[in-house]
Design a protein around this ligand. Structure first.
Ligand SMILES: Cc1cc2nc3c(=O)[nH]c(=O)nc-3n(C[C@H](O)[C@H](O)[C@H](O)COP(=O)(O)OP(=O)(O)OC[C@H]3O[C@@H](n4cnc5c(N)ncnc54)[C@H](O)[C@@H]3O)c2cc1C
Length: 312
């Protein structure tokens, strides 16, 4: 039977919302699921993790050295645990993409990236060519399978569980070549782009950062997160953590409103799992309309205020 270790991310003293999706992927693999948490003062975070459905145990690794997320120091500790597990799973976000490759390299195994479907304990679907093809890969058995999970492909498990919490420690030798100096993060009152149910996204057509205020205002009325195309990010209208797409975030909101976004293939790679797509574009032939469920052809500077008025 598979024994799966999910590496839980702690962000800002909270359990990251992606963990519940990684647990869903673990449940699809099947077997016993445990969550490992690294950090300090993990009481509340561990309690939240213990509630996730299907989790058999939560293990906490509390130490000052784990106070800040640092792949270089987390990896040897995870590697030390890996021998007891058939799978080590990470979220396919910045944290997982940073840490999983180190763990895989130290274990001498290949990493499976961005699992979309688990057919069995060793057979997985993942996307390739910017999401235009799905490949089924078979992982060898005999050593831990290290993988990241595409969060957009899984629905978070519920939180009606009550798994035991076990304080654990690691004796792994930690490197000294990497130290945490400072984290500069964008703070936002808005929902997190990667877990938001509604996303309002803008493209190059917005023309300036100031004009993006129109989108923030609409997003606030809808309780939505704000996203952007790469062209809008490259033009400096918004920070790059808002970028959606192949080289940005892959998201799966219930509702995605694309405003002044052409619908380039690299952008669509980030919204393939969105449930309903609404597009506003003045060009009726824009590729975004090929995948949109609802389309409004017209000038965004006229239509967005009208839409906001209707929402109000
Ligand atoms: C390797 C690689 C990776 C990439 N990764 C990403 C990625 O992750 N995410 C991403 O988004 N892109 C990515 N790109 C870039 C991508 O190819 C496109 O260039 C980009 O998505 C275009 O952004 P846009 O649609 O905002 O701009 P444009 O292509 O300039 O489109 C603007 C659209 O707005 C419409 N418009 C203009 N004025 C108005 C108006 N007043 N009212 C209504 N509509 C209007 C136009 O008709 C047009 O359709 C990548 C490219 C490469 C090569």
């Amino acid at each position: 039977m598979s024994k799966i270790l999910v590496i839980g991310e702690v962000s800002d003293g909270h359990l990251d919302a992606g963990v519940a999706k990684v647990v869903a992927a673990a449940a699809q693999i099947g077997g016993e699921i445990e969550i490992a948490l690294f950090g300090v003062n993990l009481g509340d975070v561990a309690a939240a993790a213990a509630k996730l459905d299907g989790v058999a145990k939560v293990r906490t690794f509390e130490s000052e050295g784990n106070a800040h997320i640092l792949a270089a120091t987390y990896a040897p500790q995870i590697v030390e645990q890996a021998a007891d597990y058939s799978h080590v799973l990470f979220a396919g976000n910045a944290f997982g993409k940073d840490t999983a490759p180190r763990v895989a390299a130290m274990l001498g195994v290949q990493q499976i990236s961005e699992i979309m479907v688990a057919h069995s304990a060793t057979s997985f679907d993942r996307s390739t060519y910017a999401g235009n093809a799905i490949v089924t890969v078979e992982a060898p058995t005999g050593s831990a399978i290290v993988a990241t999970v595409r969060l957009a492909s899984f629905t978070a498990v519920g939180s009606s569980g009550s798994a035991p919490i076990e304080a654990s420690s690691s004796s792994a030798a930690l490197p000294t070549h990497t130290r945490f100096l400072e984290l500069k993060a964008q703070k936002s009152e808005r929902p997190d782009l990667q877990v938001a149910r509604t996303v309002v996204a803008g493209g190059r057509a917005l023309g300036s950062g100031d004009n993006f205020q129109m989108l923030y205002s609409l997003a606030d009325k809808l309780g939505a997160a704000v996203g952007a195309s790469r062209a809008a990010v490259d033009a400096g209208y918004v920070p790059n953590d808002l970028q959606v797409g192949q080289t940005g975030k892959v998201i799966a909101p219930e509702l995605y409103i694309a405003i002044g976004i052409s619908g380039a293939i690299q952008h669509l790679a980030g919204i393939k799992d969105a449930r309903t797509i609404v597009a506003i574009n003045k060009d009726a032939d824009a590729p975004i309309f090929e995948i949109a469920d609802y389309g409004l052809v017209g000038d965004l500077f006229k239509l967005v205020p009208e839409l906001e008025g209707l929402v109000s």
